[in-house]
Design a protein around this ligand. Structure first.
Ligand code: IYR
Length: 217
C-alpha cells in the first residue's frame, strides 16, 4: 500500500519510571478530580487556560479535522449574560423539561436552576463542535473527537490544580449567539474553571470499582 501524505519519524514518549509506576501516579492524580459547583473568585492566569486548551488540541480527531473551538471567557459582563441565559433554560428544565426520573437522579447532586458559579468562576470555557472544518470541508466523528479533546482539557486543568464543572444547560443554542460563533459551530459543553470556594463540599459519591468497569478476556 502506498501512502500519499508526507510521513516523518515518530517521537515516542518514554516515562522516566516504569509503566506500572507512571500509570499509578497518573491514576492517583486523576482519582482526586471532582466536579465542583462552588467556585472561588481567585484569579487564574490566562497562561494556564491557554496551555490547557493547547493540551486539548493535541487530541486525536476524525481525519485530523480538529473539529473543535474553545472560547475562553473572563469578561464579567459576558459571564453575567451567559449566566442569565443559562438560568432561563435551567428554570425551564427543572420546572417542565426534566421528567420525574431525571429529577430524582439529580436529587443527590443538589442542583437547581440557580447557577452563581457562571459568574464567580474566573473563567468559562465554552467548547464548540464544528460541523464543518475551517475550510468548509466535511468533518468526521465529531462527538467522539470533541469528547476526547474535552477529556484532555478537564485532565489538563485538574493536573494544574484547577477545578471544573461539566455544565450542559440545555438547549445551549444561546451560546452560539452570545459568543458570536459561526453557523457551523455548535455548543458542546460549558466548563466553569477556577479554584473551589473555601469550604466547598461535593456529593459523597463512590466510583465503580475497576472490576466492574473492566472486562478482561
Ligand atoms: N443541566 C442541569 C441539570 C443537570 C443534568 C445532569 I445529567 C447533571 O449531571 C447535573 C445537572 C443543571 O446543570 O442543573
Amino acid at each position: 500500500m502506498s501512502i500519499s501524505g508526507t510521513h516523518i519519524p515518530h517521537i515516542h514518549y518514554t516515562p522516566e519510571t516504569p509503566p506500572e509506576e507512571a500509570s499509578r501516579r497518573f491514576y492517583e492524580i486523576m482519582r482526586l478530580r471532582r466536579s465542583v459547583r462552588s467556585f472561588s473568585d481567585r484569579p487564574v492566569p490566562e497562561e494556564v487556560i491557554r496551555l490547557a486548551i493547547a493540551s486539548a488540541g493535541t487530541a486525536p480527531s476524525g481525519a485530523h479535522k480538529q473539529p473543535w473551538r474553545f472560547v475562553a471567557v473572563s469578561d464579567p459582563a459576558m459571564k453575567r449574560q451567559i449566566r442569565e441565559a443559562a438560568e432561563a433554560e435551567e428554570r425551564e428544565f427543572y420546572s417542565r423539561r426534566a421528567g420525574k426520573e431525571w429529577l430524582a437522579d439529580l436529587e443527590p447532586l443538589g442542583t437547581n436552576a440557580n447557577k452563581p458559579f457562571l459568574e464567580t468562576a474566573p473563567w468559562l470555557i465554552v467548547v464548540f463542535k464544528m460541523m464543518k472544518a475551517g475550510d468548509a470541508t466535511q468533518v468526521y466523528y465529531v462527538n467522539e473527537s470533541v469528547g476526547i479533546a474535552t477529556g484532555f482539557l478537564i485532565a489538563a486543568l485538574h493536573h494544574a490544580g484547577l477545578a471544573t464543572l461539566t455544565h450542559t444547560p440545555s438547549p445551549m443554542g444561546f451560546l452560539t449567539k452570545l459568543l458570536g460563533r459561526g453557523e457551523h459551530e455548535r455548543p458542546f459543553l460549558l466548563l466553569p474553571v477556577g479554584y473551589p470556594a473555601q469550604g466547598c463540599t461535593v456529593p459523597d459519591l463512590t466510583r465503580k470499582p475497576l472490576d466492574e468497569i473492566m472486562v478482561r478476556i
